[in-house]
Ligand binder design. Structure first.
Ligand SMILES: [Zn+2]
Length: 82
């Protein structure tokens, strides 16, 4: 997955509309790429604020999984080459 592919799919990913291998690739890219992690967090906040719900659609389990991956990846300081 490249930055472009990640960014193209980001809003659907945040909405929980991506399934299967594509979602897994998005998670892998998040895991590996600091730039896209920042973009992901920023975009997610922006979408939540713009909808005024404060209640994202992602399942609790998926959110927890992502949060753990992001935390772990931040500690490792990974960057992708993409
Ligand atoms: Zn990236």
């Amino acid at each position: 997955m490249t930055h472009d592919q990640f960014q193209k799919n980001l809003s659907e990913f945040i909405d929980g509309e991506l399934l299967g291998s594509l979602r897994a690739e998005m998670v892998d890219h998040l895991d590996a790429c600091e730039d896209c992690r920042v973009l992901f967090v920023t975009t997610q906040k922006t979408i939540e604020l713009s909808r005024g719900q404060g209640k994202p659609k992602l399942s609790q389990a998926f959110q927890t999984e992502l949060t753990e991956k992001v935390k772990r990846a931040y500690r490792l300081g990974n960057r992708c080459e993409g």
